[in-house]
Design a binder for this molecule. Structure first.
Ligand code: PBG
Length: 323
């Protein structure tokens, strides 16, 4: 008799497949990134991210309530200021768009969701870099850390539960942690973008935040070919006080997500970023792939790689499908 082994036996019915399924995908594991623009008087579509908009304060609040009702695990908020400058002043201004939006959302939602903020200057600077520049035009690590400490305090004061330092400056988690602690924000947490790669997949995000960037981020974000370095970044962030860590992007870095899951002592997030979203949307719009199946397969693969939570622009829609 051949074959002796028949793995297909466990795939024979939907009930059998359900019984032996190894990976769960639940709404609570999905985090919705959202954009709010100071200059918007109506929601503005982002052409390269069909279905995603730059919100007004008001439409942000409504969309956030809907997302929480749909069961998503959290919201990650990005602000787009009307004016950019070299220091990214809007980031630390208590009346800056991101800070007022956080205050709106915390007032509306209280502790019903986990409110997160992008703690990075690139949306606010006129040169588009994640930090401030030195006299040679390079990104000045330690001067940037002082800006991050102030930005973190403004976001904590505005009511964010978790701060998301995404600028890949050395020491950013430690500096933010001590600024928070010294100012009484001991319960405000840090979701550290620990292993963030210099990726071409951020393309549509540049449109999403009206990015002013010329050049690239290769002096601070990681080289796509490096894996060991990600483990070092993760270890440093955890030692500096990260409450959770993130790998970004997700799909081209599933091996890093897996390594993070095996090595991290804190929860692991993965960010299924703008370009990954745009590729699926574009192919689906052309009728080349089935949209819903593809989206769920993408999200399942990130969970299977080991991410506890996934930042995804499909969070609300996927939550409805999974319900
Ligand atoms: C930096 C930041 C970026 C993204 C999230 N935070 C852009 C970058 O590092 O260039 C990208 C998110 C996405 O592409 O969906 N503040």
């Amino acid at each position: 008799m051949f074959p002796e082994h028949r793995p297909r036996r466990l795939r024979g019915t939907a009930a059998l497949r359900r019984l032996v399924s190894e990976t769960t995908l639940r709404p609570r594991q999905l985090i919705l990134p959202m954009f709010v623009a100071e200059a918007a008087d109506a929601p503005r579509p982002i052409a390269s991210m069909p279905g995603v908009v730059q919100h007004t304060r008001d439409s942000l609040r409504k969309a956030a309530v809907e997302a929480v009702r749909a069961g998503v695990g959290g919201l990650m908020i990005f602000g787009i200021p009307r004016h950019h400058d070299a220091e990214g002043s809007g980031a630390t201004d208590e009346n800056g768009i991101l800070n007022v939006a956080l205050r709106d959302l915390r007032a509306e939602l209280g502790d019903d969701t986990v409110l997160m903020a992008d703690t990075c200057l690139d949306e606010f600077t006129d040169h588009g870099h994640c930090g401030v520049l030195d006299e040679n035009g390079g990104v000045d690590n330690d001067a940037t850390l002082r800006r991050y400490a102030d930005m973190a305090l403004a976001q904590a004061e505005a009511g964010a539960h978790l701060l998301g330092p995404s600028g890949m400056m050395d020491g950013q988690v430690g500096v933010i942690r001590s600024a928070l602690d010294q100012n009484g924000y001991t319960e405000t947490g840090i979701l550290a973008y620990s292993a963030k790669y210099a990726s071409a997949f951020y393309g549509p995000f540049r449109e999403a935040v009206d990015s002013q960037l010329k050049g690239d981020r290769k002096t601070y974000q990681q080289d796509p070919g490096n894996a060991r370095e990600a483990l070092r970044e993760i270890e440093l962030d955890i030692s500096e006080g990260a409450d959770a860590i993130m790998i970004k992007p997700a799909l081209s870095y599933l091996d890093i997500v897996r390594a993070a899951a095996e090595n991290s002592t804190v929860p692991v997030a993965a960010y299924n970023i703008s370009g990954e979203y745009a590729m699926v949307e574009a192919a689906a719009a052309n009728g080349w792939i089935e949209r819903e199946r593809t989206v769920l397969e993408v999200l399942t693969s990130i969970r299977r790689a080991g991410a506890d939570m996934i930042l995804t622009y499909w969070a609300v829609e996927a939550a409805a499908w999974l319900d």
